[in-house]
Write a protein that binds this ligand. Structure first.
Ligand SMILES: [Zn+2]
Length: 228
């Protein structure tokens, strides 16, 4: 009898797989991508390519409303499991994007050691890990932040330039020459951090491209508006 019951249960699970909850709301059943339709709608997902200071970057949804709340929960309330779902969404989008097929490695935007200790994790590194789960690309962790930078908001353009100058470095032993490097972070706001890192990658002979879960509409799409 027991065997028959187990067999019936196995058959039921095969025909009607148990519902996996959405990785973002934990309430509704998830679609194949790891989130439910309501959450995807609320995020306003639209895969976009823009260019900043000559460097192309891709992003998935606007940094507004639900999307902004999710990023805040992930970063400031330690809800790191959200990075898993957002990373899967990003990885699937990358996999479908012909322009990204040439990417050789992922570079998560590094956090300063002090900030990392405080927060306990780097959201960019978590995203990159999760992206790698669905889109096989190696992660380069040889790009580091050498010093703490002050928050960029409220600073003049000149001050922002000074603030980010020499904030990042490439550790010895890594070759970026000729490699397409995807710089990964949770959100692009002013674009200054992305620009500073992209320039560094370029100085080492790499070809930088950006990838962000969320974008603010403040970032110029025309190219050189924010060039530093
Ligand atoms: Zn949901």
């Amino acid at each position: 009898m027991k065997l028959l019951r187990e067999w019936v249960q196995a058959l039921e699970e095969l025909l009607f797989p148990p519902e996996v909850p959405c990785g973002l709301c934990r309430e509704r059943p998830s679609l194949d991508v790891g989130a439910c339709q309501s959450c995807l709608d609320a995020l306003g997902i639209r895969w976009e390519k823009r260019v900043l200071g000559g460097y192309p970057y891709f992003s998935l949804f606007p940094y507004l409303g639900f999307g902004r709340d999710l990023i805040h929960s992930m970063k400031f309330q330690g809800r790191t499991e959200l990075a898993l779902t957002l990373g899967v969404l990003l990885g699937l989008a990358c996999r479908e994007e012909p322009e990204l097929a040439k990417i050789d490695l992922l570079i998560p935007v590094p956090l300063a050691p002090g900030r990392l200790r405080e927060r306990g994790f780097n959201q960019a590194a978590l995203l990159a890990d999760s992206i790698r789960g669905v889109w096989k690309r190696p992660i380069c962790s040889h790009v580091v932040r050498t010093r703490e930078t002050r928050p960029q908001s409220g600073l003049s353009l000149q001050a922002r330039k000074r603030n980010l100058r020499r904030a990042f470095a490439v550790l010895p032993g890594v070759r970026l020459q000729g490699k397409y490097c995807l710089i990964v972070d949770d959100v692009i706001t002013s674009g200054q951090t992305f620009y500073a890192l992209a320039r560094l990658v370029e100085q080492y002979g790499g070809k930088p491209v950006g990838l962000f879960a969320a974008r603010t509409e403040l970032v110029g799409s025309g190219g050189d508006a924010e060039k530093l």
